[in-house]
Each structure stands twice: as C-alpha cells, then as structure tokens.
Design a protein around this ligand. Structure first.
Ligand SMILES: Nc1nc2c(ncn2[C@@H]2O[C@H](COP(=O)(O)OP(=O)(O)OP(=O)(O)O)[C@@H](O)[C@H]2O)c(=O)[nH]1
Length: 310
C-alpha cells in the first residue's frame, strides 16, 4: 500500500492539544537567573564536607572513536564506552561534570584516534581542566581484526573486547593498564585421555590485564595484537569466522593435538606475558563455557615483575 492509498480519516487534535490532553501544562513563572554568571554554583562551594573523595566523574559515555591497528583493518571506527574521573578534596563540594564531555567533544573535533599517547595527553589535560592534581580515563571498545581460514584463506571479521585505562597524577605521572578479552577453543585433556573416541571442548574467554612499562612505545608494538597472540597461540585452536571443510578438519585436528585445561591456559598465557618486555605486571583470567555442563570453568593468575625484581 502506498501513501495515497492509506485511509487517514481520523481527525486528530493539534500536537499542542494532544500534549495538553496527556498532561502538559503552561510554563510557570521564571524567577531564577538565566545567565550563567548569576546562577548558583553549588558544585564549587567550599566548606568542610567531611571526607575526601577518591574518584568522582561520569561513566557509560558512548562515543565514536578511531582505533589504529597493525592487523587489518589498520584503522577502524568503532564505539568507545568511556568513564572519566578525578579525586576531590574534603573542602570541595563537587566536580564540574560538563567538563568531561566538553573535553571529549574537543578531541572528537580534532579527529580523536584512541591510542595511548593521545589518551595520556587527554588525561593530563583533563586534570588541568578540572583544576585537580589527578584524573583517570578508561575506554572500552570492540576491536575488530581480519581472520583467514587456515587452509582456504577465506577471510572474515573477528573481534576482541579491548580496554585502555590511563591514570594521571601530577606527582607520579601516568600509569597505563590495557586489557583484552579474546575467545579461543579449548579441548578437554581429561576427556581426551579417558574416552575411546572424541573429547568435549569449550569456548574459552581469555582476559589479560596488563600494566605497561613506562617506556612502552606503541609505534613499535601493537599491544592488542600482542595480547591476542598470547591468548590464541596457547589455545587448543583459534576461532574463525569462515571455515570450509578442509579448514574445519585442520582446526578440529589441531584442537585434538593441543588439549588444554583452564589452568593450562592461564599458565601458558602468563609465560608469554612474562616474556613480553613491555609488560610490567599482569593478570590472566580464563573462563571456559563448558559444553558438558551448564556452568563455566574459571582460573586466574596474577604476576608482578617489579616485585620479582625487588
Ligand atoms: N558535581 C555533580 N554534577 C552533577 C551531578 N549530577 C549531574 N551533574 C551535572 O552538572 C553539570 C553542570 O555542572 P558543571 O560542569 O559544574 O557546569 P558549569 O559550572 O556551568 O561548568 P564550568 O563553566 O565548566 O564551571 C551538568 O552537566 C549535570 O550533568 C552530580 O551528582 N554531581
């Protein structure tokens, strides 16, 4: 049916009358100032407000961002979920929340590419804008990468969940922690050992949180690709978007030849992170979605190379 054939016989009241019908009322008298400089500024009141606050800010801010990558696609537009904050002292009532998103828009207008150098600059500038001695910014986003079938070479897109967290303090400088959750295939070693045929397998979620060394250079290392490789190269098999039968055979056999418990995964991934010179400390978690249970199998391992050096 097209526009002219539609039967529109109902006589509706005007939009203004409709709003009134549903409860809208005439605006009341305006007694408070409209000009910014005459408005009360509660958040900037100075008094003894009992406690310092560790962090106050905004979270769950969705924004388009550009992500550079050494894997294809080399630049991608994706959606970042941001949180911003800073501490405030006992003497301040509140922070100026509009300044977080105001700064985000400034960077957006300058073509915000979310890399570590830019985020460090962003966080330091934010502390200045807030007139605080510290600030923190965290952004999480789905990072996409091309993956080819091992035999056919047919490509498709996979993704991993990435997070960058930058903490800035006027006294101590920047601390950067990056995280990546990649998905892998694991095949149960116990099931393989005890069964006449087959072995059950799982989809594993490997989350690596890594504190970067102060001299980390992202022009030399793509941390996303490095963490993904740590997870996938230690798995029973990698996960692929496109698999033809020869690919499927290869992936199935590879998983059977490389059985892994959840404990094996966290230890093997930890070994790779230990060898990465840009990693100062790390936590590895693996959560296997079990195919023979309704529950998941989980393991966590943390290591701090700085403590080892002490
Ligand atoms: N501090 C504080 N602000 C809030 C809270 N809830 C909402 N707001 C925000 O207060 C913001 C406006 O505050 P400011 O950023 O201080 O605005 P302003 O004082 O005009 O901004 P400046 O000119 O930068 O000082 C709005 O964006 C609201 O979102 C809250 O719980 N605490």
């Amino acid at each position: 049916m097209n526009k002219t054939e539609l039967n529109q016989n109902k006589q509706l009241p005007s939009k203004k009358e409709r709003h009134k019908l549903f409860g809208s009322v005439e605006p009341g008298p305006r007694t408070k100032p409209m000009e910014k400089d005459q408005m009360a500024d509660l958040q900037n009141s100075k008094k003894d407000f009992l406690f310092d606050i560790d962090m106050v800010g905004v979270s769950n801010v969705k924004h388009p961002i550009r992500i550079p990558s050494t894997m294809t696609p080399e630049i991608q537009t994706t959606i970042g979920s941001f949180s911003f904050g800073s501490s405030i002292t006992q003497g301040s009532k509140g922070t100026n929340m509009s300044r977080f998103t105001e700064q985000l828009d400034k960077y957006h207008n300058e073509g915000f590419a979310v890399d570590i150098v830019t985020l460090k600059q962003f966080t330091e500038e934010l502390a200045g804008r807030l007139k605080q001695s510290d600030a923190e910014v965290e952004v999480s986003f789905p990072w996409f990468f091309e993956r080819k079938g091992p035999y056919s070479g047919l490509a498709g897109m996979n993704h991993a969940d990435a997070t960058i967290r930058v903490e800035y303090d006027k006294e101590t400088g920047h601390d950067v922690t990056v995280s990546l959750t990649g998905k892998i295939t694991t095949l149960c070693p116990c099931s393989k050992e005890i069964s006449e045929y087959s072995a059950h397998n799982q989809r594993g979620n490997v989350t690596m949180s890594v504190k970067l060394t102060d001299d980390f250079k992202e022009q030399e290392i793509d941390w996303k690709a490095a963490l993904l490789e740590a997870a996938e190269s230690n798995a029973s098999a990698r996960i692929h978007p496109v698999l033809k039968r020869p690919d499927e055979k290869m992936v199935t056999e590879q998983a059977y030849e490389n059985p892994r418990f959840v404990e094996d995964i966290v230890r093997l991934v930890a070994a790779d992170l230990y060898e990465y010179s840009f990693v100062e400390a790390f936590t590895v978690k693996c959560r296997n979605e079990e195919s023979i249970h309704l529950h998941d199998a989980v393991a966590t391992l943390s290591y701090d190379k700085k403590k080892e050096a002490e």
